[in-house]
Design a protein around this ligand. Structure first.
Ligand code: NDP
Length: 317
């Protein structure tokens, strides 16, 4: 039996672990298939305060993990299959190990890359289709690439991929980009980045020896076009990792954990959520870390028995 268990090891989970460990609550921290979370698949982080020259995502996460370990957090490797929040102590079943019991739980399982669901996409993952420029960019030296999406991720991936590729075309379904101005400007100033806006992706087209490109619908002309490329990077956002929570804690229509505004409390007293798994708006490393700190403090108070909110009404998000 443990006082508290943290599920997930991105910036929110690790920050929660640091705070809980320093409060002598000996947290058990469960790391799933992607220890360190999404930041381990990014390159340089320039907007995390305290690193004026930037820091590589994997290094930042490694530092946070070491910091949590230094204060006594214990890490368990595995995938959480099931949870039972209907009775105390809470039960968390981790693949390949016994059920872990705890008085409180912090959910920080983050979000995963989203796919388009178009023909040719899944068949060609690892054969030209990727959602991670940092992981796979290296394999496309001297090649032509497509990045799909118009958000900050797409801008960042497009700029990053020009380190390897000769030409990176950004394909976006709308005329307008969703990305922040600074990220757009950076991509626009890069002469290796070109643009195919107002194009709806229809199919990833592969030949016998590799990708041929991406078939798109040109919304202006109504015509289908094939944009030739050796690789297609899908950068269209993320889905919260909450499948294992369905029916156990309140989720919104998109699968994000619902928390009481201004807190990290879920509808189950003693179960808290922080980071991207509950954040549809900010989704930054620093806001995730901040909410991890909030979750640890809310959890600490809960364990002290001083604040137990009972709120069960559904909130509109
Ligand atoms: P966003 O949700 O911001 O953008 C997703 C993009 O993909 C949009 O252009 C969207 O188009 C497009 N899209 C979504 N679904 C489809 C589809 N089915 N077919 C075609 N296009 C689709 O996600 P991001 O991952 O870019 O960013 C998430 C958050 O992370 C943001 O808050 C961002 O600021 C942040 N971020 C910050 C970075 C930094 O500071 N360095 C780097 C990367 C991300 P549409 O606009 O039409 O909906």
């Amino acid at each position: 039996m443990h006082r508290t268990v943290v599920i997930g090891t991105g910036p929110s989970g690790l920050t929660a672990a640091i705070y809980l460990a320093r409060a002598n609550l000996n947290p058990i921290v469960i790391e799933g298939l992607q220890p360190g979370g999404q930041l381990t698949t990014t390159t340089e982080i320039e907007n995390f305060p305290g690193f004026p020259q930037g820091i590589m995502g994997p290094e930042l996460m490694d530092n946070m993990r070491k910091q949590a370990e230094r204060f006594g957090a214990q890490f368990v490797n595995g995938w959480v299959d099931a949870v039972d929040f209907s009775q105390r102590p809470f039960k968390i079943t981790v693949e390949g190990s016994d059920t872990i019991e705890a008085d409180s739980v912090i959910i920080s399982t983050g979000a995963s890359a989203r796919y388009l669901g178009i023909p040719g996409e899944q068949d060609n993952i690892g054969r030209g289709v990727s959602t991670c420029a940092t992981c796979d960019g290296f394999f496309f030296r001297g090649k032509k690439l497509i990045v799909i999406g118009g958000g900050d991720s797409a801008m960042e991936e497009a700029s990053f991929l020009t380190r390897f590729a000769t030409d990176v075309k950004v394909v976006n379904r709308r005329d307008e980009l969703r990305a922040s101005k600074i990220m757009q400007d950076r991509a626009r100033e890069n002469e290796k980045v070109s643009w195919a806006l107002n194009r709806k992706p229809l199919e990833v087209v592969a030949g016998e020896t590799g990708l041929k490109g991406l078939k798109v619908l040109n919304n202006e002309t109504g015509q289908e076009e094939l944009i030739e490329a050796d690789g297609v990077f899908v950068a269209i956002g993320h889905t919260p990792n909450t499948t294992f929570l369905q029916g156990h804690v309140e989720l919104d229509g998109h699968g994000y954990v619902v928390v009481k505004p201004g807190t990290t409390e879920t509808n189950i007293p003693g179960v808290f959520a922080c980071g991207d798994v509950q954040d549809t708006k900010y989704r930054q490393a620093i806001t995730a870390a901040g909410s991890g700190c909030m979750a640890a403090m809310d959890c600490e108070k809960y364990l002290e028995g001083s604040v137990v909110h009972d709120w069960s009404e559904t909130l509109d998000r």
